[in-house]
Design a binder for this molecule. Structure first.
Ligand code: G1P
Length: 291
């Protein structure tokens, strides 16, 4: 069985939900306290044992490349001033095996993933969406790799969502429970309205896929929203090889959404050594004020 070594992070989206902030800044560079959201995703990949990461970018995404590159002047400056802690923080973002490719046209998530065909070759791989920050004892990507080690099959992460929100997600039609957290799946449907949704189990931004997905993506017709959908290709893959759904029990922050972004900032701020005490005091005082 081939080891899962590679990850793809699609990051070509325009980030219109955060305009005007994202007019000149890549949405993946928006920070949670002091760390760009994309760094959380890269750290999850590394914590799961991923060795090579391909980031699929588009126009205006150069700051992502610069963020993970070394910055000689900055490092020299911090070093000469003896700011070792900051120097370590800056150096943590370099030396990772990162690769970049451009998605030249915004044709959808399926099309973005297809750009990684040559990078992936004939291996199982993971897709990690930058809008979902996942927190759990075991990183979600590692949980998917553990599933793959058991089943040798593609597996997506899913989570229960309110029925009113099915049209924002890919939704699964669960067939049978394999164990406490794994389902076999009858159907994968992209963004159904609540009347048509086969369940309230939504695909969240982590996928472990087999390379056969690329042949399907090459012939994939546009689906929901006129875009080439990864979910549609996965539904086809499931007809020739099993694709399982793993339920995630941890915490998900939807940082592609304004409220989710605020929640992530507050909760991370409550853990961050520089802000946790003063933020707690501030929030307590604020609660009194707004009640
Ligand atoms: C994408 C996928 C969708 C999935 C969602 C998770 O949609 O197409 O199936 O449920 O991510 O965040 P997007 O949010 O890019 O519209």
């Amino acid at each position: 069985m081939k080891k899962v070594r590679k990850a793809i992070i699609p990051a070509a989206g325009l980030g219109t939900r955060f305009l005007p902030a994202t007019k000149a800044i890549a949405k993946e560079m928006l920070p949670i306290v002091d760390k760009p959201t994309i760094q959380f995703i890269v750290e999850e990949a590394l914590a799961a044992g991923i060795e090579d990461i391909l980031i699929v970018t588009g126009k205006g995404k150069r700051p992502i490349e610069d963020h993970f590159d070394s910055n000689f002047e900055l490092e020299q400056n911090l070093s000469s001033k003896g700011k070792t802690e900051l120097l370590n923080i800056v150096e943590e973002t370099t030396g990772i095996n990162l690769h970049f490719i451009r998605q030249k046209r915004p044709l959808g998530l399926g099309h973005a993933v297809l750009q990684a065909k040559a990078f992936v070759g004939d291996e199982p791989f993971v897709v990690m969406l930058g809008d979902d920050i996942m927190v759990d004892q075991t990183p979600l990507t590692k949980q998917l790799i553990n599933c793959y080690d058991d089943t040798n099959a593609a597996t997506l992460a899913v989570m229960q969502i309110p029925e009113s929100e099915t049209s924002k997600y890919g939704i699964i039609d669960p067939e049978a429970a394999v164990n406490d957290s794994l389902y076999s799946v009858r159907r994968f449907v992209e963004k159904p309205n609540s009347e048509e949704a086969p369940s309230n189990l939504a695909i969240i931004g982590r996928y472990l896929l087999t390379p056969e997905i690329f042949t399907i993506l090459e012939g994939q017709k546009p689906g929901a929203g006129g875009e080439i959908q990864l979910t549609d290709a996965i539904d086809t893959l499931n007809q020739t090889q099993r694709v399982f759904a793993h339920t995630f029990q941890g915490t998900r922050y939807d940082v592609g959404d304004k409220l989710g972004m605020l929640e992530a900032n507050i909760e991370y701020g409550l853990k961050h050594p520089d802000t946790k005490d003063s933020l707690k005091t501030y929030l307590k005082e604020l609660l009194i004020k707004i009640n």
